[in-house]
Design a protein around this ligand. Sequence first.
Ligand SMILES: Nc1ncnc2c1ncn2[C@@H]1O[C@H](COP(=O)(O)OP(=O)(O)OP(=O)(O)O)[C@@H](O)[C@H]1O
Length: 118
Amino acid sequence: MRSKSLLASFRYALAGLLYCLATQRNMRIHFTAGIVVLFFAWWLQFSATEFVLLLLTVTAVLVAEMLNTAVEKVVDLASPRRHPLAKTAKDVAAAAVLVTALASVAVGFILFYPRLFR
Ligand SMILES: Nc1ncnc2c1ncn2[C@@H]1O[C@H](COP(=O)(O)OP(=O)(O)OP(=O)(O)O)[C@@H](O)[C@H]1O
């Protein structure tokens, strides 16, 4: 019984992930960029610490993107008409993605620059 509901939870989560990948262009861009960046980190023989930092950064961007999509859907459900609060909610969720993405660029630069240009 318990393992069945665990499996169901996993299936719902997977459905959410696949929904984001199928419908959100930015999610696909971040996902692909994350895979490429992690591949190059492996290829350049990053240390375990550097690799974990990169992995956490990539994960943070993807999580922010998925939460942004969830906020968008809930806002569209709760407020199909335009409302200042709906605008604020969507804009703040989008800002969360932007801040995370900018931080990830900074982390990537700090980690890759010494390997590639020194
Ligand atoms: N119900 C609403 N009321 C007020 N402003 C809104 C509302 N829905 C969206 N907006 C504003 O329009 C912007 C774009 O919204 P839109 O719904 O087109 O795209 P999104 O939901 O942000 O993302 P996506 O393009 O991935 O669907 C939002 O960031 C927000 O500023």
